[in-house]
Design a protein around this ligand. Structure first.
Ligand code: SAM
Length: 313
């Protein structure tokens, strides 16, 4: 099967070269031109596109992300299929996938695709609190679908915070995709401004209930001062035992990125070559480190990201 899958893959991939070129073009037009036109996040599409890939390659079943992705105005499902179809066919024949979107062993994660493993780590952290947490708050939610699937199971109170345009398009797309969002409270707020917590409470957030706060793929777009303010604000408004799930990129990764530093460009990272730096940063808050994973720590270039489960003391 392995040999057959390679032969089929080579033939189909050659035939698909023109489609792959058109596919890349469609993806880029949708992701950048349409996002700019609608004034919505283009980076949030990256995340949902990886979750679509995780779904089709059976890395994580995620039909909701796939459904949302299909209807997003700034994503091209056709474009993605044009690029991925030969690889998908190879996977279906061989039943093995070890490509760009695959998950890697702990410590060996691939910096070119931080999203697959990060998603898996956060899912695991969320699961740790599923039976006890009563509120799930997703900060910089983008096109995340955890509020609409199994992971929201134990949480009767769900909140998503994002900037106005991205959130508006998400709500419209959820409707189009027929994904029930009636249990989700949408909080329109800029996390760089201190009023996000007031807006959260206005939507029904209860400070006395155990909550999970998820900040996935967001600290890198803020600056250090913003990040510390957000983490300290959470400590102020959340009950003891509440949990903060967050990731930080390495400064090396941030500086390597060719994205412009303005708008959605990478801004904040930690020097992860020395683990003291991460712990010292956490010590500036009232959060206690419970669990963490250094992504890529066993690779030659060292860790490019750390994901963490922190507890409000
Ligand atoms: C890379 S996406 C991550 C989305 C989501 N957390 C995920 O993992 O799928 C970053 C998200 O943060 C949002 N965001 C960026 N800056 C923000 C800010 N200052 N206030 C609120 N949301 C912000 C963007 O609109 C975007 O939806």
């Amino acid at each position: 099967m392995k040999f057959l899958s390679i032969v089929v893959y080579i033939i189909v991939q050659i035939l698909f070269i023109p489609f792959a070129i058109i596919g890349v073009f469609l993806i880029l037009i949708k992701q950048f031109t349409v996002s700019r036109y609608l004034k919505i996040s283009s980076t949030a599409v990256d995340n949902v596109s990886v979750r679509w890939a995780m779904d089709i390659f059976d890395i994580k079943e995620d039909k909701t992300s796939t459904q949302l992705f299909k209807h997003l105005p700034n994503a091209s499902l056709i474009g993605h299929w044009m690029v991925m179809y030969p690889t998908y066919l190879r996977y279906k024949i061989s039943n093995k996938y070890n490509g760009f979107f695959s998950s890697k062993d702990s410590g060996k994660e691939f910096f070119g695709n931080p999203i697959t493993n990060r998603t898996i780590y956060f899912d695991k952290y969320i699961t740790n609190h599923q039976d006890t947490a009563k509120q799930l708050v997703i900060l910089g939610a983008g096109f995340d679908t955890r509020c609409y699937g199994k992971l929201s199971g134990g949480c009767p109170n769900l909140y998503e915070i994002d900037l106005p345009n991205t959130q508006k398009i998400k709500i419209k797309t959820l409707e189009k995709a027929k994904i029930d969002s009636s249990n989700v409270n949408f909080v329109t707020a800029d996390l760089r401004k201190s009023d996000w917590s007031t807006k959260l409470k206005e939507k029904g957030f209860n400070p006395s209930l155990k909550s999970v706060f998820l900040l996935e793929g967001i600290t890198v777009y803020l600056n250090e001062e913003n990040v510390l303010e957000i983490l300290n604000k959470i400590c102020e408004i959340a009950s003891k035992d509440s949990v903060v799930l967050v990731d930080f990129y390495s400064t090396k990764f941030v500086n390597f990125s060719r994205l412009p530093k303005k708008s959605e460009g990478y801004k904040f990272g930690l020097d992860l070559r020395d683990s003291n730096n991460f712990e010292e940063f956490i010590n500036k808050t009232n959060l206690k480190l419970k669990n963490h994973n250094y992504l890529g720590q066993h690779n030659n270039n060292g860790p490019f990201m750390v994901t963490a489960e922190l507890v409000v003391e």
